[in-house]
Design a protein around this ligand. Structure first.
Ligand SMILES: *[C@@H]1O[C@H](CO)[C@@H](O)[C@H](O)[C@H]1NC(C)=O
Ligand SMILES: *[C@@H]1O[C@H](CO)[C@@H](O)[C@H](O)[C@H]1NC(C)=O
Ligand SMILES: *[C@@H]1O[C@H](CO)[C@@H](O)[C@H](O)[C@H]1NC(C)=O
Ligand SMILES: *[C@@H]1O[C@H](CO)[C@@H](O)[C@H](O)[C@H]1NC(C)=O
Length: 308
């Protein structure tokens, strides 16, 4: 399906100057947003959990850290250099923080780019999902749920197996997702189904693909935008394969396949974008390979963290 070649001939040119353009970028580079550290550690001010980096690398992408507190101009330049962005989980404010500020800028640039045919995917996990609900609605619509540390099976909405996100998944993985507790939830806040249904901006923008419940309150657990490559999961697809510090993180074969098929989807979305760095030197300096993750599994929920 994806290896089309397009023949571009310009009306003003001769046939000999037709250009063959490949409609796929096999060297995608995805930005992962950093966030401020809760309490200063190792004299560092911001971090990215390494599992998000491994998640994207496992499916064939390279990663660039998107630092907080940069200027609008710096973010615009970076936006035009990378092929998609991931907003990770964490504890930053979705309204007022370096994370929230950068997320808003990239979201607005993505809406603008996608609207003129420049395909740019945005992925939100957990806090990133929550941030997307805020960016799209302009409102803090989250409610508290009892979901900090529990693995759940997904409740698929009608037709969502045919969604952009899930339609490429093998049936056995979808069956496992629907029947086994393999999606890990680590959040105190959720978008309840009721809040979603009563907010016209969210309803118009996102299709609910799955829901879950804490036993009392039904909440949205997976969503995709109708008209944009913008996706969010309240649960953590990256943890199954890459995080081991908590007993409730699932590691079954189906759980680990879920990590991979989610990552494969995100990276394939980024392969549809053709932004690139100014030159190879600038690209090399931006890549996460310039930083070393630190072992933190003995004191934090993350096995390894990149500090900046
Ligand atoms: C970002 O800016 C905030 C507010 O000025 C500051 O508290 C924080 O330390 C800064 N973080 C980094 C990583 O620059
Ligand atoms: C929260 O959920 C857990 C199961 O995940 C349950 O054991 C606990 O009793 C619940 N707490 C409340 C306050 O409902
Ligand atoms: C699901 O949607 C399809 C078409 O959109 C409809 O035909 C079917 O009745 C729906 N099923 C349920 C259980 O709502
Ligand atoms: C955790 O491990 C690191 C690296 O081995 C070590 O430097 C640090 O002191 C350990 N921290 C705790 C709280 O055990």
């Amino acid at each position: 399906m994806s290896n089309f070649a397009l023949l571009f001939c310009f009306a003003f040119s001769t046939l000999s100057s037709c250009t063959v353009l490949k409609k796929r970028n096999d060297k995608p580079i995805i930005g992962v947003l950093a966030q401020g550290v809760g309490s200063p550690q190792l004299q560092k001010a911001s971090y990215i959990a390494a599992s998000y980096v491994k998640f994207l690398e496992s499916a064939g992408a390279r990663v660039v850290p998107v630092m907080i507190n940069q200027t609008l101009e710096e973010y615009k330049t970076l936006f035009n250099s990378i092929n998609g962005i991931l907003y990770p989980g964490g504890g930053a404010s979705i309204v007022s923080s370096g994370y929230a500020n950068a997320a808003r800028i990239f979201y607005e640039l993505a809406i603008e780019a996608n609207s003129r045919g420049d395909y740019f995917p945005v992925w939100g996990t957990c806090l990133g999902f929550e941030e997307l609900t805020y960016l799209t609605s302009g409102k803090q619509l989250l409610s508290q749920t009892n979901t900090s540390g529990v693995a759940l099976p997904l409740v698929f909405t009608n037709g969502s197996r045919e969604s952009k996100l899930f339609k490429g998944f093998p049936a056995e993985v979808l069956d496992a997702l629907a029947s086994e507790p393999i999606t890990e939830n680590s959040h105190k806040w959720s978008l309840t189904l009721e809040s979603y249904n009563s907010n016209a901006d969210l309803k118009k923008f996102y299709k609910v693909l799955t829901t879950n419940s804490d036993g009392k309150t039904e909440f949205v657990s997976t969503m995709e935008a109708y008209g944009f490559p913008i996706y969010g999961t309240q649960w953590h697809p990256e943890k199954n394969a890459f995080e081991w510090t908590r007993p409730y993180i699932p590691h079954s074969p189906s759980a680990v396949k879920t990590t991979f098929f989610m990552a494969d989807f995100v990276v394939n979305e980024a392969r549809k974008n053709f932004h690139r760095f100014e030159d190879e030197e600038v690209e090399k300096r931006a890549l996460i390979y310039n930083y070393n993750p630190v072992y933190t599994g003995n004191k934090s929920a993350f096995e390894q963290i990149y500090y900046f």
